[in-house]
Design a binder for this molecule. Structure first.
Ligand SMILES: Nc1ncnc2c1ncn2[C@@H]1O[C@H](COP(=O)(O)OP(=O)(O)OP(=O)(O)O)[C@@H](O)[C@H]1O
Length: 247
């Protein structure tokens, strides 16, 4: 389980995260939503230890992440934009990653193979198309069969076949009991892949509960209109709505 307790983060004058409290449990898949610049990636990066919060505490499996890097082995991360050494070849990157974790003896190469990366192993990373780079990022996130998967805009830039391959893999891993956190602006993907919704707005957690609860609260039977209603509420600044007391 990942626990985010009273996390705040400011960049200069901009308060990006205000006193965030969230719990992420295994076997669940979380849709992390909010407008551009609302702090989704910043939240992810604080969980990964790539951004240090100003206050609060994050624990992974009960252990504080502060001053502890070993917990990151439990997490597979697919960044919004992967940056790789331009002259390195795809095959070399995967060999290097495997060498970094000599204690791991079985790797999950399902995406590597389904995406045809083996056939492209001699291509330099600097020459890849945006979609192929995304495939590399996805295959790396799943490589060590991590307990937790954090996927930042995972389907962006992928062709329709690759999108289906990745979605099938995400669903399979959730069934295997993994904890999955996905940010995306593609609501149909989130509806298909997740069972819990987190909506953040202007640095605050506006909603965090099951998708069923979201539908009930908004009076909408479908996911997209339910999210649209949440967005309308945020725009009217209805953050004090008593119905949202569980936020
Ligand atoms: N290292 C940084 N230094 C200064 N400001 C930053 C930094 N990282 C993020 N920000 C700012 O924090 C805010 C939140 O950014 P973040 O990337 O977390 O948003 P997001 O919700 O992921 O957006 P998007 O939907 O566009 O991906 C933005 O205003 C961004 O410019």
């Amino acid at each position: 389980m990942i626990s985010v307790k009273n996390i705040s983060k400011r960049f200069g004058k901009l308060q990006v995260l205000k006193d965030f409290n969230l719990e992420f449990e295994f076997g669940n898949s979380y849709a992390l939503m909010g407008p551009n610049g609302s702090g989704k990636t910043t939240l992810i990066k604080t969980i990964l230890g790539m951004v240090i919060p100003d206050s609060g505490e994050i624990t992974v499996g009960g252990q504080s992440v502060k001053g502890n890097v070993s917990y990151r082995k439990k997490i597979g991360y697919m960044p919004q934009i992967g940056h790789y050494p331009a002259n390195m070849k795809i095959g070399q990157l995967f060999s290097m990653m495997k060498d970094i974790r000599p204690e791991v003896d079985s790797f999950d190469l399902e995406l590597y193979e389904s995406f045809g990366l083996e056939e492209m192993k001699n291509k330099a990373l600097g020459t890849l198309s945006g979609g192929t780079r995304q495939k590399v990022s996805a295959a790396l996130a799943f490589l060590f069969d991590p307990e937790v998967l954090i996927l930042d805009e995972p389907t962006a830039g992928l062709d329709p076949i690759a999108v289906e391959v990745l979605k099938t893999k995400i669903k399979k891993e959730r069934k295997n009991g993994k904890l999955i956190l996905i940010t995306s602006h593609i609501l149909s993907d989130l509806e298909e892949l997740t069972n819990r919704a987190i909506y953040i707005f202007e640095g605050e957690v506006f909603f965090s509960d099951t998708i069923e609860e979201l539908k009930e609260l908004t009076g909408e039977s479908r996911f997209s209109p339910a999210i649209a209603k949440l967005m309308q509420w945020t725009l009217k600044k209805k953050t004090t709505n008593p119905q949202l007391s569980h936020v």
